[in-house]
Design a protein around this ligand. Sequence first.
Ligand SMILES: *Cc1c(COP(=O)(O)O)cnc(C)c1O
Length: 229
Amino acid sequence: MTLADAYRRTLDSIAAAAESAGRQQSDVRLLLATKTVQPDRLREAALAGARLFGENRVQEALPKIEPLLDCDIEWHMIGHLQTNKVRDALRFASCIHSVDRESLVLALQKECLRLGRTCDVLVEVNTSGEANKHGIAPDDVGRLLDAIAATPELRLRGFMTIGAHSDDEGTVRACFASLRRISERATAEGRVTGGPPVLSMGMSGDLAWAIAEGSTLVRVGSAIFGQRE
Ligand SMILES: *Cc1c(COP(=O)(O)O)cnc(C)c1O
């Protein structure tokens, strides 16, 4: 299967999942998770129609941006972000999916002030409680939202999570449902800006469950680019 075929198949899966959930396909964006994938393959994906790319590590991302400058690509930062990498992250990312602590909010604010710009952010929540996952605990989200609300340079656009590492539908969907409830509460409190909240959830293995629970953005790597080393 070519990369373009895999890309179209993923779009078909998104459409099918949206339809069974009674939702519009256009309400779910596809972000390509591009870690370990080289620029020539990313160009192929862009030619197939992909527009939204997400990188995990700034050191890996920066050298991949330049050779693709002629492509119409929007880059997001989807991986854990160290405060000392914020400057480099803002060089390429229009949205940071992994805001999970106040020190990162402060570091982003400082850099945005220096650059005279704002930044779209998602709060990453550890909905599974798995120890090896990043993200803020659901109970601590409120305090982090207060910090973001006090930071006009950051625009809270929504929330991100990674589903539990499990094949059990109920277990995985509970994570996504938890993120949706957190987002609904924050939206009712008027904390989300710039349009309907973004719910960044669902990957190659669980995107249908995430869409059933309200995902508006799925992050897909291996289903399009193949298994990573
Ligand atoms: C790698 C990665 C993905 C994509 O995972 P696949 O299972 O390859 O689709 C999504 N989100 C994040 C944060 C990732 O690191």
